[in-house]
Design a binder for this molecule. Structure first.
Ligand code: BES
Ligand code: ZN
Ligand code: ZN
Length: 498
């Protein structure tokens, strides 16, 4: 879908529908009141009767009788003005675009009137993201071509030249973010027989080419030379060669270059069968999304570069399948990670922490300012926090606070879990330094404590096991991959660039 910016009033615009985002319990005002007058009060009567109240996510569609202007009006609720959040605006844009698509409309225009305290630029960023994210669908394996029926354009109308410039900037930014999120979704939704580690590497290559990133893909032999016994241990059970993907973006000012980059690391298990500690078959098909962390970091660095954020950033995605092949790791086996620490394998299904361990060691070579890893790491996180909170752990108060803030801003919310020393005891090995499972208690935290054994820099860990997949579909987040983390990381980096 195209996003266009134009000067003029939406009431005079020839289009399939004029979209108005309205607050709960408020009468039509401005351009909407004008249209309402010309239409004999049909909109205000609908509001007065309570058929449309402006509640969050609520929509209404009116056919208009006359004229040269819009053929229809779409109303989308923003909820109460005193409870307004930027997320409500994204949702309203999302449900409006969804309704327009369902009605088979080709082009819509939106009245661009930012609520008090919000700039035109921010309004356009949010509206653009809401619409583009809502219209995402993963349908390339369907014979029917949904896209033929799709909405072709959204025009945002500006009142004057300066508003027009603001909206243009915001829409361009919103487009870049939404495209990157959707790029991640395409990787995560893809079936595991397509999205192998090699194909992940080729997606990373395409992203690198698109925005000029440096790409390095470490092959099995390279990883072997580096002593990545934990990562390679996981890869041993699969016929697919592992790929350790590294992308670098240097957008920082020369003074930042001396400070070391931010590093983001994403778990890239392209399919998690559990290995020899095989998972129950029910629901196993979902384990194609065990590379959601890797998808998120590849998309996030692509996005940071496309937005030209003034930061230095490295993205690392250790990618492999976790399969029970003849050479697979077995419970009781021992592996040695890149920092020399030995790990007894208790369950081959606790593979994410193994691949992350080597990636965290590798990150040290950058002398990073901070490292954030993101992973569908533990089923226990789903039990603890459910579908809408990321489990957050870390070793640096300032960093975890910044991540909480960025998550709130992006509505990809993170909730911090304790990382007290006592929790590491469960992970200590009898015959090795560590074991890869610490029992059922606090399994999300003990996984975090395990990871901490491989870091010597400010670090935060995001467990997205519960949030990476959407079961039902929400406004601007259709069923399937959520690509959670991309917008959080961008919010985090934006503050760094400021
Ligand atoms: N990929 C899974 C975690 C997961 C579970 C992600 C549900 C998304 C939804 C991970 O590799 C895993 O299997 N973890 C085990 C660890 C256990 C053996 C200590 C788990 O959480 O059960
Ligand atoms: Zn597993
Ligand atoms: Zn896993």
């Amino acid at each position: 879908m195209d996003i266009k910016i134009k000067r003029g009033s939406v009431s005079g615009e020839k289009t399939n529908a004029a979209v108005f985002m309205v607050f709960e319990g408020e009468k039509p005002a401005g351009a909407l009141a004008e249209i309402d007058d010309v239409q004999g009060g049909v909109i205000s009567r609908t509001i007065a009767s309570g058929e449309f109240t402006g509640k969050r996510d609520e929509t209404a569609l009116f056919h208009l009788v006359s004229g040269a202007g819009p053929e229809r009006v779409i109303l989308a609720g923003l909820g109460r003005r005193d409870k307004f959040t930027p997320d409500n605006l994204m949702r309203a844009a999302g449900v409006a675009a969804g309704l327009a698509r369902k009605a088979g409309l080709k082009e819509i225009s939106a009245h661009s009137d930012p609520p008090e305290g919000m700039s035109g630029r921010q309004f356009a960023t949010l509206a653009t993201q809401g619409a583009l994210l809502a219209l995402y669908s993963f349908d390339r394996f369907k014979k029917v071509e949904h896209n033929k029926k799709g909405l072709k354009s959204l025009t945002l109308l500006a009142s004057d030249r300066s508003a027009e410039a603001e909206l243009k900037k915001g829409a361009a930014e919103g487009r870049i973010i939404a495209d990157s999120v959707n790029f991640a979704k395409d990787m995560i939704n893809a079936p595991a027989n397509e999205m192998t580690p090699s194909v992940m590497a080729s997606r990373a290559k395409a992203a690198a080419k698109d925005v000029g990133l440096k790409l390095k893909v470490l092959e099995e032999e390279d990883c072997h030379k580096l002593g990545m016994g934990a990562f390679l241990g996981v890869a041993r059970g699969s016929k697919q060669p592992p790929k350790f993907i590294v992308l670098e973006y240097n957008g920082g000012k020369p003074v930042d270059r001396r400070q070391g980059p931010y590093v983001i690391i994403g778990k890239g298990i392209t399919f998690d069968s559990g290995g020899i500690s095989i998972k129950p078959s029910e629901g196993m098909e979902k384990m194609k999304y065990d590379m959601a962390g890797a998808g998120a970091v590849i998309a996030a660095i692509h996005c940071a570069a496309a937005l030209k954020l003034p930061v230095n950033l490295v993205a690392i995605a250790p990618c492999t399948e976790n399969m029970p092949g003849g050479a697979a790791l077995k419970p009781g086996d021992m592996v040695r990670a890149m920092n020399g620490k030995t790990i007894e394998i208790i369950s081959t299904d606790a593979e994410g922490r193994l691949v992350l361990a080597d990636a965290l060691c590798y990150a040290a070579r950058y002398k990073p300012r901070a490292v954030i890893d993101i992973a569908t790491l533990t089923g226990a996180c789903v039990i603890a926090l459910g579908d809408f909170a990321i489990g957050l752990m870390g070793n640096d108060r300032e960093l975890t606070n910044e991540i909480v803030k960025a998550g709130n801003a992006a509505n990809e919310r993170a909730w911090e879990l304790p990382m007290w020393d006592e929790y590491i005891d469960a992970m200590k090995g009898d015959v090795t330094d560590l074991r890869n499972v610490g029992g059922r208690k606090a399994a999300t935290v003990t996984a975090g404590k395990f990871l901490q054994e491989f870091v010597d820099y400010p670090w935060a860990h995001l467990d997205i096991a519960g949030t990476a997949w959407e079961e039902k579909g929400r406004p601007y987040c259709p069923k399937g991959a959520t690509a959670i983390g991309v917008r959080l990381i961008i919010e985090f980096l934006k503050k760094k660039g400021a």
